[in-house]
Each structure stands twice: as structure tokens, then as C-alpha cells.
Design a protein around this ligand. Sequence first.
Ligand code: S3P
Length: 433
Amino acid sequence: MNARFDPSGPLKGAVAPPADKSISHRAALFGAMASEPVRIRNYLDAEDTNSTLAAVRELGAIVELRADELLIRGCGLRNAQPPGRTIDVGNAGTLMRLLPGWLSFQQGSSFVLDGDESIRRRPVDRIADPLRLMGARIDAREGRFPPFTVHGARLAGVEYELPVASAQVKSCVLIAGMTTERTAVIEPVASRDHTERLLLRAGAPLERSRDRHGLHRTTVGNADELELELVEVPGDLSSAAFLIAAGVLVPRSRLLIEGVGVNWTRAGFLRILERMGAIVVGEVEPDGHFSAAEPVADLDIRSGPLEGTVVEPDEVPLAIDELPLVALMGCFAEGETIVRGAGELRVKESDRIATVVGGLRGLGADIEATDDGFAVRGTGGLRGGRIEAHGDHRLALLGAVAGLASREGVEVVGMEAASVSYPGFADDLARLG
Ligand code: S3P
């Protein structure tokens, strides 16, 4: 499906973004692992998180959709039932990387996972490596791609230093670690910590610290069972980021974005925007804060001029899904905007260094790819044209925002990809425009 986004007049009004995708995936998975029913409020109704509900149902959990919440009657930590057919993760990388953590300790059972074309291009070796070290057997196509099979086993604890900061890999190892005496995950820099917050709430023996080299260390040990009565999912900052960018870039806009999750391990984009000179008002959780709760805020956004900035590697995991938007904002800023240390973008739903640079260049941007990021020379605006989403939801949404702020409008080829995280985006824009 192609969709056109023409240059927009001021965007005004209040809007609540869709529910957080990362937290929704985790809430459903931990609900399925829990011993008592778990209620989830504001679960994200989008393709990715519906894949997770389908997967946990296949494994024996009962999911009830009620008027204002979802109820999951789980199978318990050690009782996932092999469905006897392939579990389809769809387009959901988070499901593909977290679920094997749980399956890896279902002793004597095997599970086959597969997904769409984009999933089949995304390597699973980074979860397979630690799970194998812990004692699980994983067979993957060419050793590292889906479809792959997880053979559950009795696991042994490990001390695992992540080669690159990744919340998905960290989460997978922590979940698997819940049936070991002690498992530690060491991260070079912080990444989103929704798993840790939920596991703490669920009563898992989890501890976090920073060592003298500044490395982040999380340990978990044997958990008999998980208990989570109610999970309330906040609005997704990564989806809100598209509204925020539109509000900043479209002249004379003023938006109130309500109920956004502002966990500091997710809020890197807001700090980057602030450095670029954008006016965003709202209480964001202070850096380094640790609690079990997910903080929520309303964000007041105003359009205004921007300056270029440099995003260094430490900041990358805290804004990983918003980096395509940093490239777009860079086109409108004065001076240069550079992102370094973001090689991870190459293994997202598309190779986001190639697709963002190629896509924005096609709209008239002065942008170059590097091995691990990009450099944009701001020209104060963007011509417009056509952009291909490559089946990547964030690319489709990027094209839409680019169109609103461009001189000639943008046609997005493959706009349906937006349904993976933000099915109602075009409707939300129409209400604000
Ligand atoms: C996610 C973590 C990030 C992010 C992805 C969702 C998560 O991936 O890009 O969209 O829910 O844990 P990595 O942690 O692998 O970088």
C-alpha cells in the first residue's frame, strides 16, 4: 500500500501514543510463565505483539481479551507445552530473542521458531551462543538464522559478557538464568531494562550493580515461580517519537503527547533532541535511576529551529529505535549531525543504516552512511519524493513524518508496515493536522 503525506499546516492538540511494544511483549511472556493469572492493561494491539499472544497460546497459556484488559492464565515457569508445529514469530525480533530464553529450560521438549522474510535475515547466534553455554541445544539454518530449534535442557549458570549492548540478548539470558543457581549478564553500556523491572516485580531474585570499570552487571538466580498481578503498559516512547519529531519539524506546531513511558534507558531520544535545541517539556526519569516501576509523563512539544549534534556509542542503546528520526531531524538542523557506534542498526527489521541513508537521500537529504552510523549535513529542509519502507515499520513512519515537514510531500511505498507497532498513525495525524 502506498500512502502520500503532504506538507502539513501546524499540528495541534493532545494525543496518546500506542502502548509500549517492548513492555507488552514482556508482559505477555511473563504472564505465560507465571503461576497465577496476570492482568495486563493497555496491551499493545499491533501485529508484533499479537504474534506474542499467538505464541504463548500455542505454548499452553490461555489469553482472555476482556473489555478493558487482557488476562493471561499462564503455564508456569517450567511447563510450556510443545505445540507440535512451528511457532510463527511474524516480524517480531523481540519475541524471537526472548522466547528461546524460556524454551531453553523446558527439559526434554523441543520447539521450532520461524518468522517472516525480515526475521529470516536476522541472526540468532547472539542468543544461541549464551544459551548453548548454559547447556541448551540450538539448531539454526546455516548455524545462525531462523528457522531454528530450541531443545530444552537443564541449564547451568553462566557469567556472560555481552559483545554488544542488547536488551533482547540480555533479557534472553536473564530469563534462562531463572532456573540456574546464579547467572550474571555484563553489559558494556546500559540498554533498556524493562525485563529487569518486571522480573523484580514478579519476585525473581534479581540484583543489579555497576562495577569499578563502569560495566553494568545484572544477576539472577533460581526462581520457583513468577507472580505478577497487574501490569499497566505505558505509552511507547519509540512510537511517540514520530509524533514528537512531527511536532518539532512542522512549523507552528504544539502537541501534548500523553502517558508516555519515560524510563531513562529508553529516553535517549529526548536528550538528543534537547541538545539539538528542540523544546520538549516533561519529567523524564533521571539517568541511572533504578526502580521496579515504569515512569510515565505527558510531553509538551513545540516546533522550533534545530542544531546538529553528535550521538556517541554510549548513547546508542538508549535511543536505538529512534536513530532514523535523528537522521531526519539532522536534515532540518543547522550544521552536521553524526551518529557513531550504531552498527546494530544493520540487523534491525531492515539494515537501517542502508535503508535510512538511501531513503532520505532519495528525498533530497545530504547524508552519508558510515560502517556504524551516518553523517547528515543539515540544509534547513527536505525536498520530498518517494521512499520505500522495505517492510520496516519505522521506515514507513519515518517517511510519513518526512512528508509532513517536506516542501513537496512524500509518497511512502509499503505504508502497511506501520501496523507492526503503530496501526493508527495516519488517523492520529489526521486528528492533529
Ligand atoms: C528491544 C530492544 C532493542 C530494540 C528493539 C526492541 C526490546 O533491540 O531495537 O526494537 O524490546 O528489548 P536490541 O536490544 O537487540 O538492540
